[in-house]
Write a protein that binds this ligand. Structure first.
Ligand code: DGT
Ligand code: CA
Ligand code: CA
Length: 591
């Protein structure tokens, strides 16, 4: 069992115990332990093998035992005990904005509400507002949260799906008969969330299929089997992630890979292009139309009508349509077929082209590691430069820095500059944009920083005109370098604030400000369409992690997909520049 799944189970346990009314100290201890588990870079199974679980910070005998049980059996008996008393769905309820464990308990005990549907009904009948501790305002907030919840229900962050999927891939790949095993679908297109996983296995002989399907359905992480046929199987993992497997022969593997990679919209355009050439594309291959017309191009029509001219590889499929290979991240029908046709596909940026990370936090605000530790970790990643960018004072929940504390931090940054060689450490700050668009630090302090990031952390609910003007005011400030996590969204949790993004990007262009692609998997902000537009306008993009601990510097490896989905090339990304190039940009307004 992977760390992330263990963390998820323990979290569910903590939520349910809290609803049950357990000792708050015990709950707090559990939550600390969960943070340790989520932040760990080594697999817990390794730590357990060394008998060292309880050596980890915050992990005592209780939790150590639970982790051991999960690793050994995949089960957690205490969770069964608790769910015998507290309905399991209540844990979901606490995920809704505005409903904590205390409120969930009250809703359950007094109104017998356990699910979002029941909560919505109760709220609309006025029964929730009548409870003590729930005002009309909080009821409205809850109703909005339920709407958001429904919108995202069942979609997994890709970065999480990666971790749920990995052990399954290892398990299935162990089957001798498999020549290729690939993930298609939205996952392969690098989308920020995935609804399900579409797996394709290439197997030479028909006789080998049964063994592959057997391995797939008997994977220990399978919670239930939805179907299991000769060439197609469908399971749900214990994480809740649904996975489809299709088994294919060599002659049609490439066509199936293309078809099941999608997107649907891309596939439709590909089929139209084929039709113009008198060809028919399906998941089985590219076929020459035979004599009679009347074929509607339905992918499920008889695969053997006509002569197959391509299908073994995707390159072959594209080639049959006079196209070069189109990278999966571009297959969203946003002009990629035309670009391919004209030989104008972008040379997409790669993670190893990045020369530095310009957004990260330390123990000076809400980060978990020291300036020096972050610097060493950035150096170890091979970066030429980095910026320390803790929060400014207005962000009190993150222990934001006053000018005085910021100056104290500079002493420590100077020390780190001496201690950690081979990397340039920029003095930065993630300066809060106040409600009126002014900045949270005085100009004389900003002027002493090497790099100034600005961001919104409050008043998310302003109307669009006001919110946009607030941000434009900040962008007009002559000391601002980067607007970070520009839309403020948290995927599946918080919608972006109302913003005229076109106006923001135009202003960024006019005032020589860069925009961020924040690669925190919950943010991925800006997202692909905005990145595409930034590139069109020529607004430089900075790809940074917003790491709050050293391990999170790796967020870039997964987040890079979003940049590629936005068609970004290395030249569009500011932090692909070498140290001199970056220095030159930071001094762009001088002289
Ligand atoms: P997801 O799972 O919601 O994150 O998104 P996808 O894109 O993985 O969609 P999924 O799993 O329903 O189907 C995988 C691919 O199969 C999809 O991207 C394109 C192809 N596909 C599925 N249904 C259709 C269809 O009705 N027409 C066409 N042209 N392609 C389809
Ligand atoms: Ca899918
Ligand atoms: Ca699917």
């Amino acid at each position: 069992m992977e760390n992330i799944e263990i963390a998820r189970r323990l979290e569910e346990l903590a939520d349910l115990l809290e609803i049950q009314g357990a000792n708050p100290f015990r709950i707090r201890a559990y939550r600390n332990a969960i943070r340790t588990v989520s932040g760990l870079t080594r697999p817990l199974s390794e730590v357990a093998a060394e008998d060292a679980l309880t050596d980890l910070p915050g992990i005592g005998k209780d939790i150590g035992g639970y982790i051991g049980e999960l690793l050994d059996t995949g089960k957690l008996s205490i969770l069964d005990e608790v769910t015998a008393e507290v309905p399991r769905e209540l844990a979901t309820l606490t995920r809704l904005d505005g409903v904590g464990p205390k409120k969930a308990r009250k809703l359950w005990k007094e109104l017998d509400v356990t699910t979002p549907d029941e909560l919505e009904a109760a709220a609309k009948e006025g029964r929730v507002a009548a409870l003590s501790g729930f005002g009309q305002k909080s009821v409205e907030k809850i109703l909005r949260a339920i709407e958001d919840f429904r919108k995202h229900q069942g979609r997994f962050l890709r970065a999480e799906a990666v971790q749920y999927l990995r052990p399954l891939l290892v398990h299935v790949e162990g089957v001798e008969a498999i020549r290729r095993l690939e993930v298609a679908g939205s996952y392969r297109r690098g989308k920020e969330t995935v609804g399900d996983i579409d797996l394709l296995a290439l197997v030479e002989g028909d006789d080998d299929r049964a063994g592959v399907m057997e391995a797939f359905t008997t994977f220990p992480g399978v919670d239930r089997i939805e179907m299991s046929g000769e060439t197609r199987g469908s399971v749900v993992l214990t994480s809740g992630l649904p996975v489809d497997l299709r088994i294919l022969g060599p002659e049609s593997y490439g066509a199936a890979l293309h078809y099941f990679t999608g997107s649907k919209e891309h596939n439709v355009e590909i089929r139209k292009r084929a039709q113009k050439r008198g060809l028919r594309v399906s998941e089985y291959g590219v076929f020459e139309e035979e004599g009679k017309g009347g074929d509607d191009g339905d992918a499920n029509s008889d695969p053997h009508a006509g002569r197959r001219i391509a299908g073994a590889t995707e390159e072959e499929v594209f080639g049959a349509l006079d196209l070069p290979f189109i990278p999966p991240v571009l297959r969203e029908n946003r002009g990629e077929i035309q670009a391919a046709d004209q030989g104008a596909l972008p040379k997409l940026v790669e993670a190893d082209q990045l020369r530095g990370d310009l957004h990260m936090h330390t123990t000076w605000s809400d980060g978990r590691d020291s300036v020096r530790a972050m610097a060493e970790a950035c150096r170890d990643r091979g970066y030429a430069y980095m910026a320390i960018t803790d929060h400014s004072q207005a962000v009190t929940v993150a222990r934001g820095l006053t000018p005085e504390r910021l100056r104290e931090q500079w002493v420590e940054i100077d020390e780190a500059r001496d201690q950690v060689e081979g990397i340039q450490i920029l003095r930065g700050c993630e300066v809060d944009i106040l409600k009126d668009g002014s900045l949270d630090l005085p100009d004389d302090v900003l002027a002493e920083l090497d790099i100034v990031l600005v961001a919104v952390h409050s008043h998310f609910d302003l109307d669009q005109a006001t919110q946009t003007e607030r941000i434009l005011t900040a962008l007009r400030h002559p000391l601002v370098d980067i607007l970070v996590h520009p839309t403020g969204r948290l995927i599946n949790r918080r919608e972006p604030y109302a913003l005229d993004m076109e106006a923001v990007l135009q202003a960024a262009l006019e005032h020589d400000v860069a925009v961020e692609l924040n690669t925190n998997p919950r943010r991925l902000d800006l997202h692909d369409r905005h990145l595409f537009r930034a590139r069109e306008l020529g607004v430089p993009v900075v790809i940074s992690t917003d790491a709050h601990r050293t391990a999170q510097l790796a967020y870039v490896d997964e987040g890079i997909h979003q940049a590629r989905r936005g068609w970004l090339e290395a030249g569009d990304v500011l932090n692909t520049r070498d140290r001199d190039g970056m220095q030159a940009w930071l001094k762009r307004r001088e002289g």
